[in-house]
Design a protein around this ligand. Structure first.
Ligand SMILES: [Zn+2]
Length: 523
């Protein structure tokens, strides 16, 4: 007999009450999932293939394609069906680094830590040149450099210094912080912070952007050899920023190296002190234009219940990464956890009532393109709220994209009615530190694409670890930063959430359908 336990505890948290008490959890299934997920895990092996074996997984790059192909075949091997690459629309050019060498040679030799900026060209072979400090607060001031920068290596004065911090890099949520999140009040719907286009900061931002564009054009026209820019970060850690344009129509830009703070400021101090600095560099990058489409990895465990099998429970995370390292915590961690959750459910022989589908998105880093493309193709258009029939059968979507930290709970994205359900589903994992349900929203990742068309889309609460301080988009985001116990815990909890969602009599309750944003004036 299946062991069903009715939770009778009332009012553990403000969100409890009768709905929580009535939510049933299949304890026997939870035990099986825990046993498989905690004691027979393959999550680190999966993470190894997505990081060390595939390499950096920048959107459109060969590294992402290696990881996608491996994921499609691994999911097939584990018994998933319809495992495939599904196009989501036109992305643009692929790009990868094929050589990255740069060093100070005068006044002495020192190899520098630097990352070619994404979607920038190489130096077309080895170059050697003096480093020139370009000072210009207006386009007109650039004129004094006309004819003097060809083949040179240019640097700008960033006025930055490196700030040291005594705060530890790696942190976990405290009970107080989690209690505060659990007590958060629902945010009134549609409360978006209004941006005043004419506010001083906006005006300053626009001016700075225009100046950057003018400088970048000037440097191309002057045929500079290489631009050195200061990467964010300290202690040799360099965070990559958004690259040049990947559009197939994009204008050419100059080669650029995002340089570690320590190396950049040493060069800047020397040049500003009138010391001659020479650098040699050999940067080779490759653009790929044979296939401009973007693809998501999709696979399924088909539903078996006559009535419910048409309904779909989805899980996912983005597989693409930046190129400074191997995108381990962002987001091989989330991708490996989601693949592992599928493997666990298969390994325990689960025959789900509803169909279970995994999606490993691409181009999240450029703007949630993979998930938005998928949602537009399958569920509806957030701009018009024109919905498609599949929008009715998508039960819920669960996302993981906040690093390697273990699950501490879940964000309801304003869907309060789902609170007591998730509270009950977390209860069996209290011992693993997962307790918290907050009504708050969280942003910046793929569950938002579902939320935008009125579908229940959730991101789990995860311990921060050293995500913001060390790994997120940096040259330190390697397999070494992954925490095995945390990823095992996360995969186990995700697998149980999927199990419960698929087994539940009713679908996950939904918020009111969002109203489409007002059409832009003149459209
Ligand atoms: Zn991410």
């Amino acid at each position: 007999m299946k062991l069903k336990l009715l939770y009778t505890c009332m009012a553990i948290t403000g969100l409890a009450g009768t709905a929580f008490a009535q939510e049933t959890v299949d304890q026997a299934a939870v035990q099986k999932i825990r046993e498989e997920g905690l004691n027979h895990s393959q999550v680190m092996k999966t993470a190894f293939y997505l990081t060390d074996v595939s390499g950096p997984r920048l959107a459109g790059s060969p590294g992402l394609k290696r990881a996608q192909d491996w994921a499609v075949s691994q999911l097939k091997t584990w018994g998933m069906v319809n495992s495939k690459l599904e196009p989501w629309g036109k992305f643009g050019k692929g790009w990868e680094v094929q050589k990255n060498y740069a060093a100070i040679t005068v006044p002495y030799y020192h190899a520098i830590i630097a990352i070619p900026k994404a979607w920038t060209p190489g130096t077309n072979g080895a170059i050697k040149g003096e480093v020139i400090l370009v000072k210009a607060d207006s386009v007109a001031e650039l004129d004094k450099y006309k004819g003097k920068l060809a083949g040179k290596i240019v640097i700008f004065d960033t006025q930055n210094t490196l700030k040291r911090s005594a705060k530890p890099d790696l942190e976990r949520y405290t009970d107080e912080q989690l209690a505060e999140m659990a007590a958060a009040k629902p945010q009134p719907a549609g409360q978006r912070r209004a941006f005043d286009q004419n506010s001083p900061q906006f005006v300053a931002m626009r001016k700075a952007r225009a100046m950057r564009t003018a400088i970048s054009q000037f440097l191309i026209d002057e045929k500079v050899g290489l631009i050195l820019s200061q990467g964010r970060g300290t202690d040799g850690t360099t965070f990559t920023t958004n690259g040049a344009s990947y559009a197939d129509t994009a204008k050419a830009v100059a080669p650029e190296l995002e340089t570690s703070g320590e190396d950049f400021l040493r060069i800047l101090r020397l040049v500003k002190a009138g010391q001659k600095v020479e650098l040699e560099a050999d940067i080779k990058t490759q653009f790929f234009t044979s296939d401009l489409q973007g693809y998501n990895v999709i696979a399924e465990i088909p539903g078996t219940d006559k009535k419910l099998k048409e309904q779909v429970v989805m899980i996912g995370g983005h597989l693409d990464s930046w190129h400074g390292a191997t995108g381990a915590t962002d987001n091989a961690a989330g991708s490996a956890v989601m693949m592992e959750a599928m493997r666990i459910l298969k390994a325990i022989g689960y025959k789900p009532k509803r169909t279970i589908r995994i999606a490993l998105w691409s181009s999240e880093e450029q703007g949630l393109f993979g998930s938005r493309g998928y949602v537009a193709a399958h569920f509806g258009d957030p701009k018009t709220m024109q919905l498609k029939p599949e929008q009715k059968t998508l039960d819920a979507y669960y996302n993981l994209d906040n690093g390697t930290g273990k699950i501490r709970g879940i964000y309801l994205q304003g869907d309060s009615a789902a609170g007591p359900i998730f509270q009950a589903w977390l209860a069996p994992f209290k011992d693993l530190g997962a307790t918290t349900v907050t009504v708050s929203n969280t942003g910046g990742t793929d569950h938002q694409s579902f939320d935008a068309v009125g579908l229940p889309g959730f991101q789990f609460i995860q311990d921060a670890m050293d995500y913001g301080t060390r790994t997120h988009h940096s040259n330190q985001d390697t397999y070494d930063r992954l925490s095995e116990d945390d990823l095992k815990q996360a995969a186990t909890i995700v697998a149980s959430f999927v199990y419960n969602t698929s087994e539940r009599q009713d679908m996950i309750p939904r918020k009111a359908l969002p109203t489409p944003p007002p059409a832009a004036p003149g459209r």
